[in-house]
Ligand binder design. Structure first.
Ligand SMILES: Nc1ncnc2c1ncn2[C@@H]1O[C@H](COP(=O)(O)OP(=O)(O)OP(=O)(O)O)[C@@H](O)[C@H]1O
Ligand SMILES: [Mg+2]
Length: 245
């Protein structure tokens, strides 16, 4: 479980996250929703240790990560987490296999042959067998998203964080990616947190929904109960009401 307690993250004296509390429970799929520019990507990067927090605690499997040395952090935390970045973030100059193996670059314990096999296995898991020697520009947008997910799972993480995995995809592809996230979560037992604007997909494929608003998580609820909430801000947002600010 990852517990965020009273987290504050700011840039230039302006707090983006401001006393934020959130738990990610083992085995669940948690979807985080919220307005564009509200700090969802900042939240993910904070959990992954890519952005420092000024206040609060991140408790990772029961241990406060601020007590870790950099080495302990790498070994006990970073190795267990992986992220699928917004827009995929594949490098154009590398093949799909090379892009996927980037996630294993620090794994000196694995041979090149093992890394090759792991890359092919994860491509198979996402339904992309056979594209390993292609370059990103040769793939469609939906294939890029799946290749990015293959890179996310190749290290066999305990936690996988997705930043808008379905944004920009047509409804059929969105459904395919949501199904894939659900399958990976259940079959590989990966605890998953995703940022999404796809409310209907989130309702169908997640266990819980949380809403980020003005630096805080203002509501979490079971995914099946999103249309039965009394929080006005939450309701205005999910219904797309113009009253939402
Ligand atoms: N490294 C940074 N330095 C300064 N400001 C930043 C940095 N990263 C993010 N911000 C600011 O934090 C705010 C939140 O950005 P973030 O990318 O988290 O939004 P978001 O909720 O993910 O939006 P979207 O839905 O459009 O992806 C923005 O105002 C952004 O300019
Ligand atoms: Mg974002």
């Amino acid at each position: 479980m990852v517990e965020l307690k009273n987290i504050t993250v700011g840039f230039n004296n302006h707090n983006i996250l401001d006393g934020l509390n959130l738990n990610i429970k083992d085995g669940e799929i948690l979807s985080v929703i919220g307005m564009s520019g509200t700090g969802k990507s900042v939240l993910l990067k904070t959990i992954l240790g890519l952005i420092p927090h000024q206040n609060g605690q991140i408790i990772f499997d029961g241990i406060d990560i601020s007590e870790f040395t950099e080495e302990e952090y790498d070994y006990k935390v970073r190795n267990k987490m992986s992220m699928v970045f917004q827009a995929g973030a594949l490098l154009d100059s590398l093949t799909i296999e090379q892009n996927i193996k980037l996630a294993l670059i620090h794994r000196k314990d694995l041979s090149n042959d093992t890394k090759h096999k792991m890359a092919l296995e994860s491509l198979e898991m996402v339904g992309l067998s056979g594209v390993d020697s292609k370059y990103p520009e040769e793939l469609s947008g939906g294939m890029i998203k799946r290749a990015a997910i293959a890179r996310g799972i190749v290290s066999k993480p305990k936690y996988l964080f997705y930043d808008e995995p379905t944004t920009g995809l047509d409804p059929v592809l969105s459904n395919l990616i949501n199904n894939l996230i659900h399958k990976l979560s259940r079959e590989l037992n990966i605890t998953s947190m995703l940022i999404t604007h796809d409310i209907n997909g989130a309702e169908k494929f997640s266990d819980r929904i949380a809403m980020l608003y003005r630096g805080k998580i203002i509501l979490t609820c079971p995914a099946g109960e999103i249309w039965r909430q009394s929080n006005e801000t939450f309701n205005n947002f999910i219904h797309g009401n113009v009253e939402f600010k």
